[in-house]
Design a binder for this molecule. Structure first.
Ligand code: ME8
Length: 503
């Protein structure tokens, strides 16, 4: 039995509600997990929330709330958004889950026992009012870049993780496994970063400054650094270290999808943590680009956020998915604007796809009462295009390229629309060439059926509407093996408009 495809999103900070950037990563992972189910794989899709650390503690305090009560109130906002966007994960982990905290403590203890975590002292420039450490290059005129007050050099007892010991191993690993860090430009970026000596990572925070974190078993006056805690989720969520049988069924992860902002944590800290624990490396860490608005990253801190739930409500969740998947090459940044989204909606969804489905089902109804008259041709041009589109979609998705996958599907949609223009069924009807008309409509509707199946991983709602007209349940690659499923006994109901234009 092949191992299930294990795919993860980052765990999002719960200091604010999710925006379009978070929706993007989850839509990507949802699409990849639907695709793998589509081709017959078992899948485990994990997402969740990152709830410890200074940032969240501060936000809760500013709101005058207990931190636990604050995070408990924020998590449903993420879950609700995933529901609104039709995102189905198999697991949802919170870093405040008890089993996760226990796993992190066991991991810490293991690494302490093996000598990869050691006690040392941390020296840095600290701004007391902002509770932040700064490096000398970050200072503004020698002062805190945030509040412009004096900083002090302080020394703290802390615990460190021996990244330096594994630097040479990591460089070789990345070089020898071209699929480990993708896209290639991010692999080069991280190899560039690894040219300088890697410093050991401070993985503790003194309780005196921060108590909202996981206790370190061998250091009662410290809590663990939030990144060490959060990264461990990818193994704790699937059973490490308590349920090793379950864990072995899923590990290593096939795909960690992350934004390029957290590349270093996932391609330096994380692989070294795994190596030190004696675990296998994930197959691929893919860093996608950023959605920007007016040149700036869409982000909570700049406040230029777009609410994905509102967009889904206004234009439909398939439209939002389609726009995000189609507009940019995976890995590159994309400029977000509502005008671009509306343009995609009008051109690709309402015109190309919506019209194809509506006019072909309407013609079958008008001319033949919705009944297919004859079987489809064995070797038509539409059939050849359909097979090309299927093969193109599948290989693009295996190559982590959903944009090309959609282009392949649109080649079939475009070809089918052109087929209508070329064959002019309304003229055939007028001239009473009913046999020719029956052939044309069968070919056309077969192309629509095929398109509906191909779209399943990308536009689940539209796909299921199309597929249900053709009585295809749980569409998958298995339904794409043959051309000619339509027979004279098939009746196809005219569907409602798939993408009615918003006013
Ligand atoms: O970094 N464009 O959480 P976070 C595209 N808790 N994607 C974006 C984006 C944008 N403008 N803004 C955010 C954290 N994202 C940590 C992760 S993992 C063990 C811990 C997406 O809430 C993108 O996936 O800041 C990015 O990596 C992630 O949200 C950051 O989410």
């Amino acid at each position: 039995m092949p191992k299930p495809f294990y795919i993860t999103t980052p765990l999002y900070y719960v200091n604010d509600k999710p925006h379009i950037g978070h929706a993007y990563t989850n839509i990507l992972c949802d699409t990849f997990s639907r695709f793998h189910r589509f081709i017959g794989d078992k899948v485990f899709f994990l997402t969740g929330t990152d709830e410890h650390g200074e940032k969240i503690d501060k936000t809760a305090k500013q709101k005058g709330m207990e931190t636990q009560a604050f995070v408990d109130g924020m998590v449903p906002r993420f879950k609700e958004l995933w529901k609104i966007l039709d995102i189905h994960s198999d697991g949802f982990i919170r870093t405040t889950d008890l089993f996760h905290k226990k796993a992190v403590q066991e991991i810490l203890q293991k690494l302490y026992d093996s000598g990869d975590i050691y006690a040392g002292s941390y020296k840095g420039l600290y701004c007391t009012p902002c509770e932040s450490f700064w490096t000398s290059s970050q200072l503004a005129g020698g002062k805190c870049p945030d509040c412009k007050r004096e900083v002090q050099e302080i020394t703290e007892e802390n615990y460190f993780f021996r990244l330096s010991k594994y630097q040479d191993w990591l460089i070789h690993y990345i070089q020898e496994h071209p699929d480990f860090v993708r896209p290639a430009m991010r692999k080069n970026e991280i190899l560039g970063f690894l040219k300088a000596p890697l410093e050991d990572l401070c993985i503790s925070r003194p309780r005196a400054r921060l108590s909202w974190g996981i206790n370190i078993p061998f250091a009662p006056n410290h809590v663990v650094y939030v990144w060490f805690d959060a990264l461990s989720n990818y193994i704790s969520a699937i059973g490490y270290p308590g349920k090793m049988n379950e864990f072995q069924e899923l590990w290593p992860a096939d795909l960690h999808m992350v934004g390029k902002d957290i590349l270093r944590q996932h391609t330096v800290y994380w692989p070294i943590m795994l190596k030190a624990l004696g675990l296998e490396m994930p197959k691929t860490v893919f860093a996608h680009g950023w959605w920007t608005m007016e040149g700036a990253k869409v982000s909570k801190s700049t406040g230029n956020v777009v609410d994905p739930a509102e967009l889904a409500q206004k234009y439909g969740r398939d439209t939002l998915r389609y726009f995000l998947l189609r507009e940019v090459n995976l890995g590159m940044d994309g400029a977000y604007s509502e005008e671009l989204l509306v343009a995609r909606f009008n051109r690709d969804l309402a015109n190309d796809l919506g019209n194809l489905v509506l006019r072909s089902t309407s013609m079958l109804e008008r001319y033949f009462g919705g009944k297919i008259q004859i079987a489809s041709a064995k070797n038509s041009e539409l059939r050849q295009q359909a097979f090309r589109s299927r093969d193109g979609m599948i290989s693009a998705m295996k190559n982590l390229d959903p944009r090309s996958a959609l282009s392949s599907i649109w080649e079939l949609i475009t070809r089918a629309n052109r087929y209508v223009e070329e064959t002019k069924p309304w003229i055939l009807a007028k001239e009473n060439k009913m046999e020719e008309l029956a052939t044309v409509l069968t070919e056309l509707l077969e192309a629509v059926r095929y398109t509906g199946i191909l779209l399943a991983p990308f536009l689940p709602e539209a796909s299921s509407k199309i597929c249900s007209s053709f009585a295809v349940l749980n569409p998958g690659a298995k339904d794409l093996e043959t051309w000619g499923a339509l027979t004279p006994s098939t009746t196809i109901a005219k569907g409602a408009a798939l993408f009615p234009r918003s006013s």
